[in-house]
Design a protein around this ligand. Structure first.
Ligand code: FES
Ligand code: FES
Length: 214
C-alpha cells in the first residue's frame, strides 16, 4: 500500500513553513509573503521600531514592538495611568484619548500608528496646581462620576464633542458619548457636566448644578 502524498502546490493557496504550526499565506506571483504571514513571523514580531509621539505637548521617543497597543505605550512606557483599560476590545471607551485632535479608543490602535502624531490624555487637561478646566469643574459640580473609572475617557470624548459642537443639545451629548460606557452614574449627571462645560466655554452661566441621583 502506498503512503498518501499531499497534493502538489499549484500556487495561491495556504502553505506551511518552518514556523511551527502557523499557517502562512503565500501568494505566488504576487512577489512574496502576505502581510498576515509577515506579521506572524516571530522575528518580525520582536523587531522593535523607534517612534516619537507628542503627548500633552511633550515629545517622547520609544523603541516599541509593532504589536504594542497605543494604550499600553501610554500607560506602561510613558507611565500615564489616567487613561484606563476597561475591556481591551473597543467596547467601553475607558481608553479614549485624542489623536491629532480626534477622539479614539487607544486599545484599538497600534503604538506605531501614532508615530509622529500628537496625543492628548486626561493628564493634560490642567497643569498640577492650576484651576480645573471647565469640563473637570462640570464633572465635579454635577457629580458626573462615582467610581471615576470611565471619567478620563468620558472627558476626552466630551472635549472633542464640544470642539465640534460648542452648544450641543442633550440628545447630541447622549449620542456623542454613546461609545463610552459608565456603570455607575446612569449618565444624567455626565450629560449635565458636559452642558455645564459647554455653557462656561461660551461665557454663559450654567443653567443648574443640581445633580440627579439615580
Ligand atoms: S479599553 Fe478600549 S474601549 Fe474598552
Ligand atoms: S463613574 Fe464608575 S464607571 Fe462611570
Amino acid at each position: 500500500m502506498t503512503t498518501p502524498q499531499p497534493p502538489p502546490k499549484t500556487g495561491g493557496g495556504a502553505v506551511r513553513d518552518s514556523f511551527g504550526d502557523l499557517p502562512l499565506l503565500k501568494q505566488e506571483g504576487a512577489g512574496g509573503w502576505s502581510n498576515v504571514a509577515q506579521a506572524n513571523k516571530p522575528e518580525t514580531i520582536n523587531m522593535k521600531k523607534q517612534i516619537t509621539v507628542t503627548v500633552n505637548g511633550q515629545a517622547h521617543t520609544a523603541e516599541v514592538e509593532p504589536r504594542l497597543l497605543l494604550v499600553h505605550l501610554i500607560r506602561e512606557n510613558l507611565n500615564m495611568t489616567g487613561t484606563h483599560i476597561g475591556c481591551d476590545t473597543s467596547s467601553c471607551g475607558a481608553c479614549t484619548i485624542l489623536l491629532d485632535g480626534k477622539s479614539v479608543k487607544s486599545c484599538t490602535i497600534l503604538a506605531v500608528q501614532a508615530n509622529g502624531k500628537s496625543i492628548a490624555t486626561v493628564e493634560g487637561m490642567c497643569a498640577p496646581g492650576a484651576p480645573l478646566s471647565n469640563l473637570q469643574e462640570g464633572f465635579k459640580e454635577n457629580h458626573g462620576l462615582h467610581c471615576g473609572f470611565c471619567t478620563p475617557g468620558m472627558m476626552m470624548r466630551a472635549t472633542e464633542l464640544l470642539e465640534m459642537n460648542p452648544d450641543p443639545t442633550e440628545d447630541e451629548i447622549r449620542w456623542g458619548i454613546s461609545g463610552n460606557l459608565c456603570r455607575c452614574t446612569g449618565y444624567n449627571n455626565i450629560v449635565k457636566a458636559i452642558q455645564y462645560a459647554s455653557a462656561k466655554n461660551r461665557g454663559v452661566e450654567p443653567a443648574s448644578t443640581e445633580p440627579q441621583f439615580v
